[in-house]
Design a protein around this ligand. Structure first.
Ligand code: BES
Ligand code: MN
Ligand code: ZN
Length: 461
């Protein structure tokens, strides 16, 4: 077997000029089935019938000559090819029909597996790329998504704040970015009292990573990601069911880093800043408490109503730092509230923005990228719920209603007038779908990448 070039490793894809013998796959829908059959031999037609092939997505059938036939119900989304890497026998395949970028991406994203703690029992089937595919963008998108997935899937024991720091450093190193990290009590010198308070009870100290990349003359875009490496809830401890998956509470950070990877590898002409506040929300004698009042980077005082509303505390310091240099755009990602999951479920990223046109554009891109995002109201009529009698703001509203909205309104107080998008995300597939294996997931990454590419241009990579 021919050696796979390094950038293709783990992508599920093979280069278009690969000399590997490959099985041909025909993509056939219910609409195109009869036309397809007319071109085949009687034996093939009988075969397809005996295999009950109707052209429905998910169906795989075989022809006399060994070619495969794959059912197709949609045009250009992850479901077209996403089930094939583990649905087909191991080997190399080629497509007989043209498909779009997102469909090809489905093959790559469906090839993922998390094998850090157990050996995989098979290889994914590999797709030889069509000659006209944008191989670089495909490979970079797959690698960025898989970086995000690996970070999320890694348990908290191996993904504490110091590990997350090492990941940011490795990324910075790969792309020649600068990074400054502030650890532990030094956060207080930066006035990041909220990040410090959330993380100070954990053995692995809280920290803030600040990464800078790109030409300083280019438009400034800043990405912020919630990096709670484990959320026990703090003194307001979570019940066991609620705590079970809280290794994923750094999913926002993982998506921010995945997006940064994609931006840098594609060389987008922006000056990128990535801020990753990282902390474990743990319990110890020095833990922050309900009723405590924290000093924040912005100078606002925050009364703690609930130590389990910790993500917005990490973000408030980071967002205030982000907005003080007035970038063109701030994007934050956070596994912020259960309420967002109640509102839009686990498979849609809830989007909040202080710019309606931006929200609309991202929603449309979410559709075309098969990366669902949906706008939610940043309704200032609920601002009163965040009033505190003794501080400028409380970290969590007493009301049982609109929890995702009040969390977003809390953040808004720290971003000033800078155009800003906040994604309240699950960062995890709770069920398997084509191109989306169960486990950590990069939600709303591709929509934002596409937006940045459209707005700021393609770069010269
Ligand atoms: N990380 C959680 C939110 C979360 C839970 C996201 C499950 C996705 C899935 C966050 O830190 C949290 O605990 N939020 C609380 C806020 C409440 C105390 C105001 C919540 O949503 O219950
Ligand atoms: Mn919490
Ligand atoms: Zn959390």
């Amino acid at each position: 077997m021919q050696e796979i070039p390094e950038d293709y490793l783990n992508s599920g894809l093979l280069p278009a000029d690969s000399s590997e013998p490959a099985i041909t796959l025909h993509l056939v829908s219910a609409q195109t089935l009869s036309a397809f059959q007319e071109q085949r031999s009687d034996a093939d037609q009988a075969w397809l019938q005996r295999q009950s092939f109707t052209g429905k997505s998910g169906q795989i059938a075989w022809l006399e000559n060994g070619d495969g036939v794959v059912g197709r119900s949609s045009d250009n989304d992850l479901s077209v090819l996403g089930h094939l890497p583990y649905g087909l026998p191991e080997g190399s395949y080629r497509l007989a029909e043209d498909v779009g970028f997102v469909a090809l991406l489905g093959w790559g994203l469906g090839s993922y597996r998390f094998d850090r703690y157990k050996t995989a029992d098979r290889e994914p089937a590999k797709l030889v790329l069509p000659a006209n595919a944008d191989a670089a963008e495909l490979l970079h998108t797959i690698a960025s998504t898989n970086l995000t997935r690996d970070l999320i899937n890694t348990p908290a024991q191996d993904m504490a704040p110091s590990h997350l720091q090492a990941e940011v450093e490795a990324l910075a190193d790969t792309f020649g970015a600068q990074i400054t990290t502030t650890v532990g009590d030094d956060l207080l010198n930066l006035n990041c009292g909220a990040i410090h308070a959330v993380g100070r009870a954990a053995t692995d100290e809280p920290r803030l990573m600040d990464m800078l990349w790109g030409n300083p003359e280019h438009p400034k875009v800043t990405i912020v990601g919630k990096g709670v490496t484990f959320d026990s809830g703090g003194l307001n401890i979570k019940p066991s069911g609620g705590m079970r998956w809280m290794k994923k509470d750094m999913g926002g950070a993982a998506i921010a880093l995945g997006l940064a990877y994609l931006i840098m590898s594609q060389g987008l002409p922006i000056r990128l800043r990535v801020l990753i506040p990282a902390a474990e929300n743990a319990i110890a004698g020095n833990a922050f408490r309900p009723g405590d009042v924290l000093d924040t980077h912005k100078g606002l005082t925050v009364e703690i109503d609930n130590t389990d509303a910790e993500g917005r505390l990490l973000l408030c310091d980071a967002l205030s730092m982000a907005s003080s240099e007035q970038p063109e755009l701030i994007v934050d990602y956070a596994t912020l509230t259960g309420a967002a999951r109640g509102a839009v479920g686990a498979e849609i990223a809830a989007l909040f923005s202080n710019d309606d046109a931006l929200a609309l554009e991202l929603t449309q891109l979410g559709r075309s990228e098969d990366d669902a995002v949906w706008p939610m109201p940043l309704h200032t009529g609920y601002d009163y719920m965040l009033n505190s009698n003794i501080a400028d703001v409380v970290n969590s509203a007493a009301s049982p209603y609109a929890g995702a909205v009040t969390a977003a309104l809390f953040l808004k107080r720290f971003v000033d007038e800078v155009p800003w998008v906040h994604f309240d995300i699950m960062a995890f597939n709770i069920r398997k779908r084509p191109g989306r294996p169960e486990g950590g997931e990069a939600m709303a990454l591709r929509s934002v990448y596409r937006y940045l590419r459209q707005r700021f241009g393609e770069g010269d990579d």
